[in-house]
Design a binder for this molecule. Structure first.
Ligand code: NAD
Length: 367
């Protein structure tokens, strides 16, 4: 299994696309450009063995194109494993749009992006990710049917974030059960980093359960809003990572568990929504294991969102979506046990199980 990480400032030292470690066998990578709208996007299609490559579109002001490429490749690969481990008949894909979602996102740009998605004839199906709203997917829907996460009023499944948050909550409860012997989060000190669409709903579940929740975000206004609404403490201090908490929930962006932060972490459980939390999934996964920190694999516990958008394609009812999302609790416990029994990291255990489902389907198809 590759570690799929290469420092962004070293990416130019290898071949630009096929040579990247994060390339990891992608079937197709599509570069999309439109001068009139300023669109610069990359669509990564990692694997379509289980079904069409479904994954959200992220709009982010990347420092450079290498960073955007690395992000889309890592994210689309993650989607293959996320859908596989969740038992969905979907492959893995993801898209990034380079730019500031607050100032550069226009309906014209979103429609142009939709036209590129449409040109792939359903091999890639998009949805929302960071920097996107349900209404943006409605705009994309004007030019292509290959989009999910559209408004309920337009026949879609709406905003996936509350379901993602519910799945993360289920994964966190399972991790608490395994690590602390109880899935009751009352009195547990929990740090939620990033209180956006998913983080806020997670904070709601946790505070309802009586957990002692501390929040952190780069958006000061949201911090005060969410803090006041749910009675959560706002993190104040030098180092977030060395905070004295039982559970750390990364719900902002990826790679927050890295060489610098990992030595500081005091939490005994890590369970959050962010994709690609481990900067290096092999090295950092192993260090967490050695430190006795239980890591709930991100792609396993943040699958609620993809389960929800999948319901638009597979015509699942709300009850079926909730049941599948709730099952993240059981799957997480199985993964933790499997990892311990085989003396491997929880991330490796989840990857192996996800990869096996893809390999088995490939064999079936070849017969
Ligand atoms: P969002 O953009 O609504 O929220 C992210 C929040 O993180 C924002 O409030 C932002 O200000 C904050 N943030 C950014 N950098 C930060 C930092 N350095 N420190 C603290 N806070 C910071 O995004 P979201 O939809 O809530 O998604 C959160 C994470 O979960 C992302 O990594 C996303 O890829 C992942 N995820 C989301 C879904 C979903 O359904 N929305 C599904 C699966 C995975």
């Amino acid at each position: 299994m590759t570690s799929n990480i290469i420092p962004v400032n070293e990416m130019h030292k290898v071949d630009p696309v096929f040579g990247q470690i994060s390339f990891d066998g992608h079937e197709q990578v599509v570069f999309c450009h439109d001068k009139d709208t300023g669109l610069k996007a990359i669509i990564g299609i990692h694997n379509t063995i289980l079904g069409p490559a479904l994954g959200g579109t992220r709009m982010w002001n990347y420092t450079n194109e290498w960073e955007a490429l690395n992000d889309v490749l890592r994210l689309s690969r993650g989607m293959s494993f996320k859908s596989s481990i969740s038992g969905l008949n979907l492959g893995g894909g993801k898209a990034v749009i380079i730019g500031d979602a607050k100032t550069q996102k226009t309906p014209e740009l979103m429609r142009k992006f939709g036209e590129f998605v449409n040109s792939l004839s359903g091999k890639y199906i998009t949805a929302e990710d960071v920097g996107m709203e349900t209404k943006d997917m409605d705009t994309v829907r004007e030019v292509t049917p290959y989009v999910t996460g559209i408004s309920e009023s337009k026949g879609g499944s709406g905003n996936p974030s509350p379901i993602t948050a519910y799945g993360v909550y289920m994964g966190m409860k399972a991790a608490s059960k395994y690590q602390f012997g109880t899935d009751n989060l009352e009195g547990k000190k929990i740090l939620v980093q990033g209180i956006g669409h998913v983080g806020e709903v997670l904070v709601e579940h946790l505070t309802k359960d009586g957990a002692i929740v501390t929040i952190s975000d780069i958006n000061e206004d949201r911090l005060h809003q969410v803090g006041a609404k749910y009675g959560a403490k706002i993190f104040k201090g030098e180092s977030l990572y060395s905070a004295d908490v039982d559970i750390y929930a990364p719900c902002a962006l990826g790679a927050t568990i890295n060489d610098d932060t990992i030595k500081l972490i005091k939490a005994k459980v890590i369970a959050g929504a962010a994709n690609n939390q481990l900067a290096n999934e092999v090295i950092h996964g192993q260090i967490l294991k050695d430190k006795g920190i239980l890591y709930a694999p991100d792609f396993l516990i943040n699958a609620g969102g993809v389960i929800n958008v999948y319901s638009e394609l597979a015509k699942l009812s709300k009850a079926e979506v909730m049941e599948k999302t709730e099952n993240i609790y059981n799957t997480s416990l199985e993964i933790f046990k499997h990892a311990d029994a085989n003396n491997i990291t929880t991330h490796q255990a989840a990857l192996l199980i996800a990869q096996k489902r893809i390999d088995d389907r490939k064999k079936e198809k070849a017969q």
